[in-house]
Design a protein around this ligand. Structure first.
Ligand SMILES: *[C@@H]1O[C@H](CO)[C@@H](O)[C@H](O)[C@H]1NC(C)=O
Ligand SMILES: *[C@@H]1O[C@H](CO)[C@@H](O)[C@H](O)[C@H]1NC(C)=O
Ligand SMILES: *[C@@H]1O[C@H](CO)[C@@H](O)[C@H](O)[C@H]1NC(C)=O
Ligand SMILES: *[C@@H]1O[C@H](CO)[C@@H](O)[C@H](O)[C@H]1NC(C)=O
Ligand SMILES: *[C@@H]1O[C@H](CO)[C@@H](O)[C@H](O)[C@H]1NC(C)=O
Ligand SMILES: *[C@@H]1O[C@H](CO)[C@@H](O)[C@H](O)[C@H]1NC(C)=O
Ligand SMILES: *[C@@H]1O[C@H](CO)[C@@H](O)[C@H](O)[C@H]1NC(C)=O
Ligand SMILES: *[C@@H]1O[C@H](CO)[C@@H](O)[C@H](O)[C@H]1NC(C)=O
Ligand SMILES: [Zn+2]
Length: 354
């Protein structure tokens, strides 16, 4: 992630230099995320608008996401330049023992969780004569360091891409002081990847065609408003997607009684808070299944950069790629999950236009 951010900054700089001299006396950045856009979708599907975007700009092919590969943590890494242990959004579901506070995707607006770092929209807006705007992105509807984007939307997955795009481009076009940093977030192709599996060519083709059309309408809109010459657009994603299998299922109930622990976050990287005897819980889990790595917090390998935060639970379970951790039950209708260990995969895509 860090090297990716450096690369991004280098590109920003060269971009701004190359664009300097346009009509406006400032440049703005629009950061766009299509959730769960796996790197190889670009090679395996016809995406003409995205291809055109890339031909006009720069494609960064190798970007590694941060561990763990979930939506909230990785989106916050992108906008803070920090590993998860440093920015504090260490999972999609969190619990803090001291304060007894809980964080979930549905209950994420307590600033407490976000205040360990400062995202770029806050830094931007704290400069003189600059505003930030957000058509969603985890954290943009929360007052972080006492600052919320001047223009923002409350997270609501039912708001269409069209409405998000109309509003963000309107804010970019019509604001004084100007909007110099803006975000745009869209739930696809992640939602379809989970529903159908990334290997479902027919359904993934359909949703990727829609994503591509969204990119087409966004560029069209920016050009129509005369914004294109003075804006740097980054299209990126938070993680990839891997296929799971009904027979690759690790059932915790077969190994350990539920009364021994609280399951704070779930597959493919599960967070375990032992009730009493940590060593006992650890040993039961350690012998559970060879397709699941079990780490005491202090044993988590340094390369994960996932250790120095009290929100990281005492025991972390990491499923091998393709495996799913559950307490009980089966995967009759197999769901699909982000790969748990992905530093060796090319997962984050990153496009740059100036
Ligand atoms: C959301 O989390 C806060 C802080 O942990 C808690 O006080 C509140 O009851 C939660 N709200 C809901 C709807 O769960
Ligand atoms: C919050 O913003 C103020 C400036 O308004 C800054 O001095 C301070 O360091 C920021 N705090 C964090 C944690 O970013
Ligand atoms: C988008 O902008 C319109 C017009 O200002 C406004 O009525 C609408 O509520 C905005 N949509 C969202 C989701 O904020
Ligand atoms: C979410 O957006 C949909 C579609 O615009 C709207 O009908 C609904 O009322 C919104 N929900 C909330 C909680 O604002
Ligand atoms: C864009 O901004 C310009 C200059 O402020 C304004 O004249 C124009 O009406 C705006 N367009 C839209 C669609 O808001
Ligand atoms: C803990 O797990 C063991 C092994 O499954 C089980 O025998 C025991 O009843 C569990 N203890 C509690 C408190 O659930
Ligand atoms: C791991 O789980 C699979 C699927 O439930 C099972 O077939 C296998 O026996 C387990 N392996 C071990 C070592 O427990
Ligand atoms: C899983 O656990 C729940 C809650 O204890 C129980 O209701 C359900 O029957 C269990 N399912 C299976 C397949 O064991
Ligand atoms: Zn995601």
């Amino acid at each position: 992630m860090l090297s990716a951010m450096k690369l991004m900054l280098t590109l920003f700089l060269s971009g701004i230099v190359a664009c300097y001299g346009g009509n406006a006396n400032y440049n703005s950045i629009l950061l766009v995320s299509f959730d769960g856009f796996r790197a190889d979708y670009l090679k395996n599907y016809r995406l003409p608008h995205l291809q055109e975007f890339i031909e006009d700009g720069v494609l960064v092919e190798h970007v590694t996401n941060a561990f763990i590969t979930k939506t909230f943590p990785n989106h916050y890494s992108i906008v803070t330049g920090l590993y998860e242990e440093s920015h504090g959004i260490v999972a999609n579901a969190m619990y803090e023992e001291d304060t007894k506070k809980k964080f979930s995707e549905l209950n994420d607006t307590d600033p407490f969780w976000w205040n360990e770092a400062t995202p770029i929209w806050v830094t931007n807006q704290q400069q003189e004569n600059r505003r930030s705007a957000a058509a969603m992105w985890p954290g943009t509807d929360v007052k972080i360091n006492n600052t919320i984007p001047h223009f923002f939307m409350k997270y609501n997955h039912s708001v269409t891409f069209e409405e998000r795009m109309e509003n963000i481009t309107m804010w970019l076009n019509n604001s004084s002081p100007p909007v110099t940093f803006a975000t745009l977030y869209w739930e696809e192709p992640d939602a379809s990847g989970h529903k159908y599996g990334p290997g479902d060519k027919e359904n993934m083709r359909k949703v990727l065609e829609q994503v591509d059309n969204h990119i087409g309408s966004l560029t069209y809109k920016l050009k129509a408003l005369g914004l294109w010459e003075n804006i740097n657009v980054i299209i990126t994603s938070d993680h990839g997607m891997t296929q799971c299998f009904p027979h690759k299922l690790i059932k915790l109930d077969d190994c350990i009684g539920r009364g021994n622990y609280t399951l704070v976050d779930t597959t493919p990287v599960a967070a375990i808070l032992p009730k009493n005897n940590k060593k006992y819980v650890y040993n039961l889990l350690k012998n559970c299944n060879t397709s699941m790595k079990v780490y005491l917090k202090e044993e988590i390998p340094d390369r994960f950069h996932y250790h120095h935060n009290k929100r990281i639970q005492p025991i972390i379970l990491v499923a091998d790629e393709g495996w799913t951790i559950v307490q009980n039950g089966s995967l009759t209708k197999c769901k699909y999950f982000h790969p748990s260990c992905s530093w060796w995969l090319i997962l984050l895509n990153f496009y740059f236009y100036c």
